[in-house]
Design a protein around this ligand. Sequence first.
Ligand SMILES: C[S@@+](CC[C@H](N)C(=O)[O-])C[C@H]1O[C@@H](n2cnc3c(N)ncnc32)[C@H](O)[C@@H]1O
Length: 250
Amino acid sequence: MLLELCEYLLTPCPALARRAGLKREAVAIRARHARNRLAWRPHLEASKAFMLECARRCPRQDLAVVLGSGALLDVPLHELAGMFKRVILADVVHPLSARWQARTLPGVSLAHLDASGALEDALAGREPGDRAGRALPDYLDSLRPDFIVSANILSQIPLAPLALLHGAAAQGLGARLVREHLRALEGAPAPVCLITDTLRLGGEKPLDLLHGVPLPGTPERTWTWNIAPRPEISPDRDYSHQVAGLFLPN
Ligand SMILES: C[S@@+](CC[C@H](N)C(=O)[O-])C[C@H]1O[C@@H](n2cnc3c(N)ncnc32)[C@H](O)[C@@H]1O
């Protein structure tokens, strides 16, 4: 608990991310990983392997952009930094562990990005405006990368806005933000590796983590993420997520 508090206080991040609860969540996810290290390992290894497989298919290897890089638990940063001249890690919060890793590798840089474009409006209690559809396409167009990874971020994108908004402003917002992220990836100026959890199992009934929005194709890989084996959430239930990996050649 004390370690988590220190990490929280020492992690720099934009006020937007802190106010939206994403800094707290970044510290919490690392703590959850520490408690469930063994259970998470197959998922993290499957994610890394699929990212590298997709990276090898890219005809040009100048710039790679990793969206939702977070604590780099599922990102093979050393290998990507060896393959691409430059790697940009894009997230609203870069935990200390990710900052340290990035610092040791030439060509790796950090970018603070609200990939949803929705946080500012949501924090003001407003339904997200046009920026929600433009933030990610504009960012990717400005960089002209050779490879884009959406690293287990898709199902997370709606969480903070949905926690901040209620009533009409939240109506259909989850599906909208998932759709906008997928639209940005499908229209991106580079090949994309999309890895996302899709379905949560373990509760009374399965929960669609993508708010009913279909994936942009049949996944090349699927696997199970044992995200919360007992007693992480419940003493008598194990929670798992179905995960999909897709390559969009664009
Ligand atoms: C489940 S974690 C992904 C795991 C991460 N790839 C790792 O290896 O640690 C989801 C990530 O999405 C980020 N995220 C959530 N909403 C975001 C947003 N609007 N813009 C950018 N990143 C966001 C979180 O900060 C977090 O790092």
